[in-house]
Design a binder for this molecule. Sequence first.
Ligand code: NAD
Length: 255
Amino acid sequence: MPVDNTHPPVAVVTGAARGIGLAIAQWFLAHGHRVALLDRDAATLDTAVTTLGHGDAVLALHCDVSDPAQVESAAQAVQARFGRVDALVNNAGVAIFKPVQQTSFAEWREVMGTNLDGAFLCSQAFGALMSKEQGGAIVNIASISALRASTLRVAYGTSKAALVHLTKQLAVEFGNAGIRVNTVCPGPVETEMAKLVHSVAIRSDYYDAIPLGRYGTVEEIAEAVGFLCSAQAAFVNGQFLAVDGGFDAAGVGLP
Ligand code: NAD
């Protein structure tokens, strides 16, 4: 399909079936975008499409972002349906909280495969489509676990720290194509992932460690992502924004 600039901009959000990704998709729809949702959980993705509404402005693609062939097919499907890509949010993530001696190589690879390989593959595939448009914005969703080490996050924290550096690499490489690349580092946010890995003890320590004394909401993360994709952030490139209630500023350790 030829590119038609009279149509609204297009955002691609990975891991968009639930949680932070779904809120980001909602933000883009509320701000006049068409949205492609990528997720490996087909059933939850179907529910998300129903929740979102917006008819033809939404394209749901069953895709495991750690698989190069699936990412390539998704990019082709987005190009065929919408003809352009203006924003990419690499949000898909998995968390395994274990110390190094209890982390199997398979678990290490699972975390790296989604959190790091997925962002690399999607940036490559969708970045190529953005280059055709001479512009766009990529936001990588890392974590405050990228900024602090802890006994439980050898795989997760390392993957997110690498994602912060991938952001800088891509910001430098893509800058001359008019594509900006930034990172959002959320603090703890109430989602299914948090239910899975935040024990009662971790939760309690977070409440003490965060100056605002609470978890963030998915909408608060989506607002920060939306800002970084918007014209208001037109000169922001290669940066990370911690959306964490002051956790990083407090300089305390991760629970
Ligand atoms: P979530 O588990 O609720 O949702 C993640 C979504 O990603 C799910 O729909 C899942 O199916 C999808 N997904 C996972 N692996 C995938 C893959 N390989 N391919 C395609 N889809 C995949 O998680 P969330 O809390 O909404 O987290 C979203 C992002 O925010 C993640 O990158 C996470 O690391 C990051 N983050 C979350 C928190 C938090 O406290 N919730 C804090 C900091 C950072």
